[in-house]
Design a protein around this ligand. Structure first.
Ligand SMILES: Nc1ncnc2c1ncn2[C@@H]1O[C@H](COP(=O)(O)OP(=O)(O)OP(=O)(O)O)[C@@H](O)[C@H]1O
Ligand SMILES: [Mg+2]
Length: 237
Protein backbone atom coordinates (compact mmCIF):
# COMPACT_ATOMS: atom_id res chain seq x y z
CA UNK A 1 0.00 0.00 0.00
CA UNK A 2 1.71 3.24 -1.10
CA UNK A 3 1.90 6.42 0.92
CA UNK A 4 -0.32 9.08 -0.65
CA UNK A 5 0.06 12.85 -0.92
CA UNK A 6 -2.89 14.97 -2.13
CA UNK A 7 -2.51 18.42 -3.72
CA UNK A 8 -5.57 20.60 -3.14
CA UNK A 9 -6.60 24.24 -3.61
CA UNK A 10 -9.73 26.37 -4.03
CA UNK A 11 -8.31 28.43 -6.91
CA UNK A 12 -6.27 27.53 -10.00
CA UNK A 13 -2.64 28.17 -10.97
CA UNK A 14 -1.32 27.90 -7.42
CA UNK A 15 1.43 25.35 -8.30
CA UNK A 16 -0.32 22.09 -7.31
CA UNK A 17 0.81 20.26 -10.43
CA UNK A 18 4.24 21.92 -10.44
CA UNK A 19 4.94 20.89 -6.83
CA UNK A 20 3.55 17.38 -7.37
CA UNK A 21 5.88 16.93 -10.36
CA UNK A 22 8.92 18.31 -8.49
CA UNK A 23 8.31 16.17 -5.39
CA UNK A 24 7.69 13.08 -7.52
CA UNK A 25 10.79 13.59 -9.63
CA UNK A 26 12.93 14.23 -6.51
CA UNK A 27 11.63 11.04 -4.86
CA UNK A 28 12.00 9.03 -8.09
CA UNK A 29 15.61 10.25 -8.38
CA UNK A 30 16.15 8.90 -4.87
CA UNK A 31 15.04 5.45 -6.01
CA UNK A 32 11.36 5.40 -5.05
CA UNK A 33 8.61 4.20 -7.40
CA UNK A 34 6.25 7.15 -7.72
CA UNK A 35 2.76 7.14 -9.25
CA UNK A 36 1.20 10.42 -10.39
CA UNK A 37 -2.60 10.15 -10.26
CA UNK A 38 -4.18 12.75 -12.52
CA UNK A 39 -7.59 13.67 -11.08
CA UNK A 40 -7.85 16.72 -13.32
CA UNK A 41 -9.74 15.02 -16.16
CA UNK A 42 -10.99 18.34 -17.59
CA UNK A 43 -7.45 19.68 -18.12
CA UNK A 44 -6.31 16.24 -19.25
CA UNK A 45 -8.87 16.21 -22.08
CA UNK A 46 -7.39 19.53 -23.23
CA UNK A 47 -3.81 18.21 -23.02
CA UNK A 48 -2.75 20.34 -20.03
CA UNK A 49 -2.55 18.11 -16.98
CA UNK A 50 0.24 16.35 -15.09
CA UNK A 51 -0.34 13.20 -17.18
CA UNK A 52 0.30 14.97 -20.48
CA UNK A 53 3.32 16.83 -19.05
CA UNK A 54 4.85 13.58 -17.77
CA UNK A 55 4.11 11.74 -21.04
CA UNK A 56 5.88 14.50 -22.99
CA UNK A 57 8.77 14.56 -20.48
CA UNK A 58 9.35 10.82 -21.00
CA UNK A 59 9.83 11.46 -24.74
CA UNK A 60 11.93 14.63 -24.38
CA UNK A 61 14.13 13.57 -21.44
CA UNK A 62 14.27 9.76 -21.45
CA UNK A 63 17.43 9.81 -19.28
CA UNK A 64 15.81 11.77 -16.45
CA UNK A 65 13.73 10.32 -13.57
CA UNK A 66 10.19 9.43 -14.65
CA UNK A 67 6.91 8.79 -12.84
CA UNK A 68 4.26 6.17 -13.43
CA UNK A 69 0.94 7.74 -14.49
CA UNK A 70 -2.67 6.88 -13.68
CA UNK A 71 -5.55 8.67 -15.45
CA UNK A 72 -8.80 7.72 -13.66
CA UNK A 73 -12.21 8.99 -14.80
CA UNK A 74 -13.54 9.24 -11.24
CA UNK A 75 -12.09 9.77 -7.76
CA UNK A 76 -13.09 6.25 -6.76
CA UNK A 77 -11.44 4.73 -9.84
CA UNK A 78 -8.26 6.62 -8.88
CA UNK A 79 -8.32 5.43 -5.29
CA UNK A 80 -8.91 1.86 -6.44
CA UNK A 81 -6.02 2.08 -8.90
CA UNK A 82 -3.45 3.27 -6.36
CA UNK A 83 -3.07 0.00 -4.56
CA UNK A 84 -0.20 -1.42 -6.54
CA UNK A 85 2.43 -3.27 -4.52
CA UNK A 86 5.37 -1.91 -6.53
CA UNK A 87 4.44 1.76 -5.87
CA UNK A 88 6.05 3.54 -2.89
CA UNK A 89 4.32 6.92 -3.17
CA UNK A 90 1.20 8.08 -5.04
CA UNK A 91 0.69 11.78 -5.76
CA UNK A 92 -2.97 12.79 -6.03
CA UNK A 93 -3.10 15.87 -8.26
CA UNK A 94 -6.56 17.42 -7.77
CA UNK A 95 -8.39 19.81 -10.15
CA UNK A 96 -8.26 23.63 -9.96
CA UNK A 97 -11.09 23.97 -7.50
CA UNK A 98 -11.57 21.66 -4.53
CA UNK A 99 -14.76 19.63 -4.97
CA UNK A 100 -16.40 16.99 -2.80
CA UNK A 101 -14.06 14.51 -4.52
CA UNK A 102 -11.00 16.53 -3.43
CA UNK A 103 -12.10 16.28 0.20
CA UNK A 104 -12.65 12.54 -0.17
CA UNK A 105 -9.14 12.22 -1.61
CA UNK A 106 -7.60 14.39 1.13
CA UNK A 107 -9.41 12.38 3.82
CA UNK A 108 -7.95 9.22 2.33
CA UNK A 109 -4.42 10.62 1.84
CA UNK A 110 -1.55 10.31 4.30
CA UNK A 111 -0.64 13.95 3.69
CA UNK A 112 -2.26 16.92 1.93
CA UNK A 113 -0.42 19.93 0.53
CA UNK A 114 -2.27 23.23 0.01
CA UNK A 115 -0.16 25.67 -2.05
CA UNK A 116 -1.06 29.29 -1.32
CA UNK A 117 -0.09 32.30 -3.43
CA UNK A 118 -0.09 35.66 -1.59
CA UNK A 119 -3.42 37.52 -1.60
CA UNK A 120 -6.29 37.86 0.81
CA UNK A 121 -8.72 35.99 -1.45
CA UNK A 122 -6.51 32.90 -1.72
CA UNK A 123 -5.59 33.06 1.98
CA UNK A 124 -9.25 33.27 3.05
CA UNK A 125 -10.26 30.42 0.73
CA UNK A 126 -7.35 28.26 1.93
CA UNK A 127 -8.30 28.84 5.55
CA UNK A 128 -11.91 27.85 4.85
CA UNK A 129 -10.68 24.73 2.98
CA UNK A 130 -8.54 23.84 6.01
CA UNK A 131 -11.54 24.35 8.31
CA UNK A 132 -13.66 22.09 6.13
CA UNK A 133 -10.94 19.43 6.16
CA UNK A 134 -10.61 19.60 9.94
CA UNK A 135 -14.41 19.29 10.23
CA UNK A 136 -14.22 16.18 8.04
CA UNK A 137 -11.85 14.71 10.65
CA UNK A 138 -8.57 15.11 8.76
CA UNK A 139 -5.70 15.34 11.26
CA UNK A 140 -4.09 18.83 11.23
CA UNK A 141 -0.61 17.23 11.40
CA UNK A 142 -1.35 15.76 7.96
CA UNK A 143 -1.97 19.16 6.33
CA UNK A 144 0.74 21.46 4.97
CA UNK A 145 0.53 24.97 3.53
CA UNK A 146 3.36 26.33 1.42
CA UNK A 147 3.47 29.91 0.10
CA UNK A 148 3.91 29.88 -3.68
CA UNK A 149 4.48 32.43 -6.43
CA UNK A 150 5.76 34.89 -3.83
CA UNK A 151 7.26 38.26 -4.76
CA UNK A 152 9.73 38.49 -1.89
CA UNK A 153 10.78 36.88 1.40
CA UNK A 154 8.98 39.70 3.24
CA UNK A 155 5.72 39.04 1.42
CA UNK A 156 5.95 35.31 2.20
CA UNK A 157 6.72 36.06 5.85
CA UNK A 158 3.63 38.30 6.18
CA UNK A 159 1.31 35.53 4.97
CA UNK A 160 3.08 32.85 7.02
CA UNK A 161 2.62 35.01 10.15
CA UNK A 162 -1.02 35.67 9.24
CA UNK A 163 -1.66 31.94 8.82
CA UNK A 164 0.08 31.10 12.09
CA UNK A 165 -1.99 33.72 13.92
CA UNK A 166 -5.15 32.10 12.49
CA UNK A 167 -4.46 29.27 14.95
CA UNK A 168 -5.66 26.16 13.18
CA UNK A 169 -3.68 23.81 15.45
CA UNK A 170 -0.62 21.79 14.44
CA UNK A 171 -0.98 22.13 10.66
CA UNK A 172 2.39 22.44 8.91
CA UNK A 173 2.99 26.01 7.74
CA UNK A 174 6.27 25.92 5.91
CA UNK A 175 8.87 28.63 6.36
CA UNK A 176 10.27 27.79 2.92
CA UNK A 177 8.34 29.34 0.03
CA UNK A 178 8.55 29.23 -3.77
CA UNK A 179 8.95 32.58 -5.56
CA UNK A 180 7.38 33.60 -8.85
CA UNK A 181 10.21 33.13 -11.36
CA UNK A 182 10.31 33.31 -15.15
CA UNK A 183 13.05 30.65 -14.93
CA UNK A 184 10.55 28.18 -13.41
CA UNK A 185 8.00 28.88 -16.15
CA UNK A 186 10.63 28.31 -18.82
CA UNK A 187 11.88 25.11 -17.14
CA UNK A 188 8.32 23.74 -16.92
CA UNK A 189 7.77 24.58 -20.59
CA UNK A 190 10.83 22.47 -21.37
CA UNK A 191 9.43 19.59 -19.26
CA UNK A 192 11.93 20.08 -16.46
CA UNK A 193 10.83 20.18 -12.81
CA UNK A 194 11.49 23.44 -10.94
CA UNK A 195 14.17 21.46 -9.05
CA UNK A 196 15.88 20.88 -12.41
CA UNK A 197 15.94 24.57 -13.46
CA UNK A 198 19.28 25.24 -15.20
CA UNK A 199 19.96 28.51 -13.25
CA UNK A 200 21.62 27.40 -10.04
CA UNK A 201 20.21 30.06 -7.67
CA UNK A 202 16.55 29.46 -8.42
CA UNK A 203 17.15 25.72 -8.64
CA UNK A 204 18.60 25.68 -5.11
CA UNK A 205 15.62 27.71 -3.84
CA UNK A 206 13.18 25.19 -5.37
CA UNK A 207 15.11 22.23 -3.97
CA UNK A 208 15.06 23.69 -0.46
CA UNK A 209 11.28 24.15 -0.62
CA UNK A 210 10.63 20.70 -2.11
CA UNK A 211 12.97 19.06 0.44
CA UNK A 212 11.11 20.91 3.24
CA UNK A 213 7.80 19.50 1.93
CA UNK A 214 9.28 15.99 1.78
CA UNK A 215 10.53 16.42 5.37
CA UNK A 216 7.09 17.58 6.53
CA UNK A 217 5.46 14.61 4.78
CA UNK A 218 8.07 12.27 6.26
CA UNK A 219 7.51 13.61 9.79
CA UNK A 220 3.73 13.32 9.47
CA UNK A 221 3.66 9.74 8.31
CA UNK A 222 5.10 6.45 9.42
CA UNK A 223 8.17 5.41 7.52
CA UNK A 224 7.31 1.71 7.30
CA UNK A 225 6.37 1.82 3.60
CA UNK A 226 9.33 3.95 2.57
CA UNK A 227 12.86 2.60 2.28
CA UNK A 228 14.71 5.02 4.64
CA UNK A 229 17.97 4.89 2.67
CA UNK A 230 16.24 6.20 -0.43
CA UNK A 231 14.86 9.24 1.36
CA UNK A 232 18.38 10.14 2.50
CA UNK A 233 19.21 10.78 -1.15
CA UNK A 234 16.62 13.56 -1.49
CA UNK A 235 17.61 16.37 -3.77
CA UNK A 236 19.78 14.12 -5.90
CA UNK A 237 17.78 15.04 -9.03
N1 LIG B 1 6.92 29.71 -9.26
C1 LIG B 1 6.47 29.98 -10.48
N2 LIG B 1 6.90 31.05 -11.16
C2 LIG B 1 6.42 31.33 -12.39
N3 LIG B 1 5.54 30.58 -13.04
C3 LIG B 1 5.07 29.50 -12.43
C4 LIG B 1 5.50 29.12 -11.11
N4 LIG B 1 4.86 27.98 -10.77
C5 LIG B 1 4.06 27.66 -11.79
N5 LIG B 1 4.18 28.56 -12.79
C6 LIG B 1 3.43 28.59 -14.06
O1 LIG B 1 2.05 28.57 -13.74
C7 LIG B 1 1.40 27.50 -14.39
C8 LIG B 1 0.37 26.91 -13.46
O2 LIG B 1 1.01 26.15 -12.47
P1 LIG B 1 0.40 24.75 -12.05
O3 LIG B 1 -0.14 24.04 -13.24
O4 LIG B 1 1.41 24.03 -11.23
O5 LIG B 1 -0.79 25.21 -11.11
P2 LIG B 1 -2.03 24.32 -10.62
O6 LIG B 1 -2.35 24.78 -9.24
O7 LIG B 1 -1.76 22.88 -10.81
O8 LIG B 1 -3.13 24.84 -11.64
P3 LIG B 1 -4.58 24.18 -11.89
O9 LIG B 1 -5.39 24.59 -10.71
O10 LIG B 1 -5.06 24.81 -13.14
O11 LIG B 1 -4.43 22.70 -11.97
C9 LIG B 1 2.53 26.56 -14.81
O12 LIG B 1 2.25 25.89 -15.98
C10 LIG B 1 3.70 27.46 -15.00
O13 LIG B 1 3.74 27.95 -16.30
MG1 LIG C 1 -2.91 21.41 -11.79
Amino acid sequence: MPQTIAFVSQTGNVMKTTIAAAMGITLAAAGLKVLAVDFDSEHRERGASIATWLDERRVKHPGRPQLEILTPRTAQEGLDGINRPEIDIALLDCPSRATKASFVLAADAHFTILPLPPGTKDATLTLSTIDQMLEEGIRPERLAVILTRTGSDAEARDYINWLRSANRGPINILTEHIPEQIAYRIALGRHLAITETPQVGVRVHARRAIDALIDAFDNATTRTDIPPAALDLRGAA
